[in-house]
Each structure stands twice: as structure tokens, then as C-alpha cells.
Design a protein around this ligand. Structure first.
Ligand code: GDP
Length: 197
């Protein structure tokens, strides 16, 4: 899919205020600092559509972007940051839960995972929660440029092993690098297939 246009639409913390249109949407979520903003910028070919930030946990909002005037890319807040208060963690959980539970336009989520790390409980818990709630998702491994191909393979295998303890099969996944523009075409082609189906 060629990205012809990418526009910011609205930010909010209330799923009821998300765009009313029935366009299909895809939500990107993961731990703070996983490389979500960089990935969104790579996918859309815009250098600063999503704000890359040195301050984890700063973007606490649901951000809608209109892509090619026919689908929404949704940038959700990063989870798992240590330096926020308990009450803001609770607020975060509430509106994320509401987003996934009520947003009928959502076609699929993309859960971002840093390829350098062993499977982390917080990511596994989140994916299990999506599964239990029948919310379709794919995994996007980020920062693949940081590892050699053999190590990438090993880390993906580690993930497969852990996932197969809970799931019948490994969810659909992509290996990406925003610095080296790896995986962009695969993710966009997948979204295009879902949009057309
Ligand atoms: P976010 O908090 O998940 O939105 O993450 P950012 O996109 O702001 O990235 C967090 C840090 O990881 C920044 O220092 C980025 O430069 C770095 N980063 C993001 N993507 C990549 C990548 O594909 N490769 C490498 N090497 N670094 C990356």
C-alpha cells in the first residue's frame, strides 16, 4: 500500500469522543520506548506524525490519524512505565480497556515488542487479555537492526515457545526496524488485505 496522505485527526482519553466514522482502524500499542512512534512514522513515511519522545509515559492519549482518507491508524499510550502515579496507571487501564471493549471500528491491534528482550510478563499478560476478549492482534517486533539475523531467529523462537504455552498457535507477527526501514511493506500489505476483506 502506498501512503498518499496521513493526517492527525484527534487526541482524547475518552473512547466516546473518538471519531464517529465507520472507517476501519488499527491500534498500535506496547511498552513505553518500544519504538512505537518511530514505527508509525516509518509506516506513514512522515518524520514526525507521531511524537517520538525521550520521556516515557508522556503520551497518555488515544491519537487518531487518518490514512489515505480510508482508514484510521490509532496510536495508543505506552504501558509499563515506572515513573507515573498509581492513579494515572488506573486511569490508563480504564480507558484502554474501554477503547478495546467498545471500539467497533477496530479491525486489529498491533502489539509492539522489542526484539532484544526475552518475553516480558507485562506484554504476555496484555496479549492474553486481548485473546480472552477476542480482540484480533499481531505482534510487531521492533529494533531488529540491533541484532544479527541468527539472534533475531532465536528470540522469535523464544517468543513462540512461550506463546505456545498459552495459545494454540503463534499469533501473526512482523519483524521490523524503523531505523533501517525493515518490515514496512509487510505491515502495510497486511493492513491493505484486512481493509479489502
Ligand atoms: P515510543 O516511546 O514507543 O514511541 O518509542 P520511540 O519511537 O520514541 O523510540 C524510543 C527510542 O528507541 C528512541 O531513542 C528511538 O530512536 C529508538 N528506536 C525506535 N525505533 C528504533 C529502531 O528500529 N532501531 C533502533 N536502533 N532504535 C530505535
Amino acid at each position: 500500500m502506498l501512503i498518499k496522505s496521513a493526517e492527525f485527526v484527534v487526541s482524547n482519553s475518552d473512547v466516546a469522543k473518538c471519531p464517529k466514522s465507520s472507517l476501519p482502524e488499527y491500534a498500535f500499542i506496547g511498552r513505553s520506548n518500544v519504538g512505537k512512534s518511530s514505527l508509525i512514522n516509518m509506516l506513514t513515511g512522515r518524520r514526525s506524525l507521531a511524537k517520538t519522545s525521550g520521556k516515557p509515559g508522556k503520551t497518555q492519549l488515544i491519537n487518531h490519524f487518518l490514512i489515505n482518507k480510508n482508514w484510521h491508524l490509532v496510536d495508543l499510550p505506552g504501558y509499563g512505565y515506572a515513573r507515573v502515579s498509581k492513579s494515572s496507571k488506573k486511569t490508563f487501564q480504564k480507558f484502554i480497556t474501554q477503547y478495546f471493549s467498545y471500539r467497533e471500528q477496530l479491525v486489529s491491534a498491533f502489539v509492539l515488542v522489542d526484539i532484544r528482550h526475552k518475553p516480558q510478563p507485562i506484554d504476555l499478560e496484555f496479549m492474553n487479555w486481548l485473546g480472552e476478549n477476542s480482540i484480533p492482534f499481531s505482534i510487531i517486533f521492533t529494533k531488529a537492526d540491533k541484532l544479527k539475523p541468527k539472534v533475531i531467529e532465536r528470540h522469535v523462537d523464544d517468543y513462540k515457545k512461550v506463546m505456545l504455552e498459552f495459545w494454540e498457535e503463534m499469533p501473526n507477527y512482523f519483524v521490523t526496524s524503523s531505523s533501517k526501514s525493515i518490515g514496512k511493506d509487510d505491515v502495510l500489505a497486511y493492513i491493505e488485505t484486512l481493509n479489502d476483506s
